[in-house]
Design a protein around this ligand. Structure first.
Ligand code: ASP
Length: 322
């Protein structure tokens, strides 16, 4: 019989709605404890790791969770792990785990858009789909998987696309890699390659900045005056920035602070196409690091993790091309 560990961290999936005020809040006892009672043919253990809304999750929680998962999969004989998590930052934790968990056994992360006592509550269903996914041999070697609404997504591509709809998690440009039905778990794609990093601690502060039309130099100048180890810039289109941002960005790069470029478009990749002031060609020549399709919040996680290995711009560029 397979042995699966469920690690709860909180989020709407563990909350309920106050009938009087309509406010959705955490509970003292996780309502999901009852959900798993009906699952058979699997041994399930449950760990109440945290009980927080996901805007309270920090990189320090993520690294503790990553080490805990590896310990349970590699030393405690579990066949798979399911994590429940708030959906707001779920994609960041999922991607962090994808980059840092060393085991190739199934790790599935799930959440819910409707709390436990709301009509059409999706938590129990998502939890059960996730347990079935974690039990599946086909989920081995696929990296961390995001399972909600009967779909299986990779941690690298899944992103929260809707504020309230239960079909919020999508993988723009790529789609899900599998589905969960009443009869089983079916994969129709395999992820190409998984980047893995052995990280013991996180020491680097990385910020994310979104470019806008008419952006001036002031915010980036202000960044030159605070402690910063890396910056991710969500650029326009194919990877271009307003001209006023160039001088202060160059100042950061000259100080050996890596600047990583993603696009605010949610499809496509950034490239050194345009040759005007602020265009991708100038950014590339300045030493800006180009990414390969991940979004801003994931590039920040990846830069934090990658900086534990290297500060070398050439090496970082290779890491971000994967
Ligand atoms: N605000 C909630 C959270 O991330 C949303 C959710 O869980 O769906 O904790």
């Amino acid at each position: 019989m397979k042995k699966i560990l469920i690690i709860h961290t909180g989020g709407t999936i563990a909350m309920s709605e106050d009938r009087q005020t309509g406010a959705v809040k955490p509970n003292l006892e996780n309502p999901l404890h009852e959900t798993i009672m009906n699952i058979q043919a699997v041994h399930i253990d449950v760990e109440d790791f945290l009980n927080v809304p996901s805007p309270h999750i920090t990189p320090s929680h993520m690294i503790t969770l990553s080490k805990r998962i590896d310990y349970c999969l590699m030393d405690q004989g579990y066949d798979g792990v399911v994590i429940t998590h708030g959906t707001d930052t779920l994609e960041e934790t999922a991607y962090f785990l994808d980059l840092t968990v060393q085991s190739n056994k199934p790790v599935v992360i799930t959440g819910a858009m409707r709390s436990s006592n709301e009509l059409g509550s999706d938590g129990p269903h998502n939890l059960i789909s996730s347990i079935h996914t974690a039990m599946s041999d086909s989920a081995i070697d696929k990296g961390v998987l995001v399972v909600l609404n009967d779909e299986i997504h990779t941690a690298k591509n899944a992103t929260k696309t809707h504020t309230s709809n239960i079909a919020t998690f999508q993988s723009p440009q790529y789609g899900p890699i599998g589905i969960v039905t009443k009869r089983g778990v079916f994969f129709h794609h395999s992820p190409t390659q998984r980047d893995q990093f052995k990280v013991e601690e996180l020491h680097h502060k990385v910020l994310l900045l979104k470019a806008v039309a008419g952006m001036e130099s002031d915010i980036i100048n202000a960044l030159c005056n605070i402690h910063l180890d890396g910056l991710v810039v969500e650029a326009l289109g194919q990877g271009n920035l307003p001209p006023e941002t160039i001088k202060p960005l160059k100042k950061l790069i000259d100080r050996n602070i890596p600047v990583v470029l993603v696009s605010r478009c949610f499809n496509g990749i950034v490239q050194d196409i345009y040759g005007y002031e602020g265009g991708g060609k100038q950014l590339k020549d300045m030493g800006v690091i180009f990414t390969n399709g991940i979004n801003g919040q994931k590039a920040r996680i990846k830069l934090m993790v990658a900086l534990e290995r290297t500060r070398d711009v050439q090496e970082l560029q290779k890491i971000f091309q994967q």
